[in-house]
Design a protein. Sequence first.
Length: 174
Amino acid sequence: MKITLTQFKISFVGLIWLLAAGQSQASGQHTGAHEHNDAAVGKPGLASSVNRTVAVDMNDNMRFGADKLQVRQGETIRFVITNSGKLRHEFVLGTKHALKEHYALMMKNPEMEHSEPNMLTLAGGQTGEVIWQFSKAGKLEFACLQAGHYDAGMKGNIVISKEIQADATSGPQQ
């Protein structure tokens, strides 16, 4: 069987594409390979809509500086996250179920890096931010999903209270 130059070029380009696709999977880039159900968590916020800033410290004691946060439904929070330790840590917002599922994946792929708006990975000494709008009342968690960190207790809770709206039809009780 004789292969033309055009067929060879097409085959070669196809092979390069397959190798590149396999390399991006092997490199541990995490860009939405599984569902996070952002609707349950909220949505990325706009810097121009930030209601307040919350400082979050991550440290090598496998703890966040604060493990309980209170926000209001509809509120947009700028999380300024500092890794005051030497180890790599991350801040991931999600439901308990989604975080546990993602942690299992991280245990299999410990070099995975994130590029999603509800996640931030930081090397020791670095600071970054996540801007998030909490669209539903309820409970969420935040955690470090680096191998062993979640099991060591590096997680916290966020309580999202219902937005209080003034009812124009109800006046003072007489």
